[in-house]
Design a protein around this ligand. Sequence first.
Ligand SMILES: *Cc1c(COP(=O)(O)O)cnc(C)c1O
Length: 377
Amino acid sequence: MILGQEPILLTPGPLTTSPATKQAMLRDWGSWDTQFNQITATLCRDLVDVVHGGNDYVCVPLQGSGTFSVEAAIGTLVPRDGKILVPQNGAYCQRILKICKYLGRAAVELAIPEDQIASPALIEEALKRDPSITHVAQVHLETGAGLLNPLPQIAEVCRRLGRGLIVDAMSSFGAIEIDVRSMPFDALVAASGKCIEGVPGMGFVIAKKSVLEASAGNSHSLAMDLHDQYAYMQKTTQWRFTPPTHVVAALRAALDQFKAEGGQPVRGARYRKNCKTLVDGMAALGFKPFLSPEVQAPVIVTFHAPTDPKYVFKAFYDAVRDKGYVLYPGKLTQIETFRVGCIGAIDDNEMRNVVTAVAQALDTLGVRQIAALTKAA
Ligand SMILES: *Cc1c(COP(=O)(O)O)cnc(C)c1O
């Protein structure tokens, strides 16, 4: 397929990247090259700036998908005898619990329905109930349903009760306001292929310098040891082990475009417009979002699947894909849904077009009944 004719990805990573970002990958870099290592250094500085981290925070990049960095952050920054509270309202919170189990870190699950926010009051109560909890691991934007958890208030609870906070901000970083000066955390984790609109292949952890420097020896794993990665980078300017050079170059290009666009406020506004256009257009076809508007983040929208017996996700997916748009399956355990991402190098025209593609796909498949006809009395 030639550039410009490939389908538009409405998936929350990998996502549709701009031509300039793709172009940045046409050059091969040596990992010892001074210029390449300067790219890494400027990238790290700019990523810290996105959350206003100043000199108190540093950015440690890590090879791999986002989950690698979440695992590395927990393994490096939580001491082996630490204990982690995990407010759990979706698939990525469950993944954190699984990581804790693999790493042998004690974890306490705070179960919350997947259409409701992690309530700061409940978190406060759980922390007061168990003084042995040292950290909270909080997913900021639960991409499973598309829900935004109240990070500022949760950070305030952690600060007040003197517990560490590790934030999985994978799908919010760059799109939703995060400011360490008003919402302090020990570490925040995100990745190249989400709202900064790079390509997948590396994550990064923005960590409080003092916390990172005190974390030597915590990690169970050489490859996942962020302290070692940081110390080596400080000493040599290089990555430990082979860097994902093309991914780094693409992320540099993507960050330049992010800054030129106006940074987080403007990117967030574009995504909000995308999201509203999508939700309004889908509503006209009869589709209802799973989440209520107050908790819906403008990054990915979960829709109830059509109730028509003719509806099968795979056939629907293929039919929309044939029109040039790639959707995402639902990730909820109890009910049948599908998801549409609002992020990537796309605007509201794309969102109008995908609604048209959905309407055509339903027509092709003979799916007519979208919402339940009546609610049970
Ligand atoms: C994308 C994402 C991750 C990382 O998933 P990978 O498949 O490892 O990239 C983690 N947490 C959240 C909330 C995400 O959206």
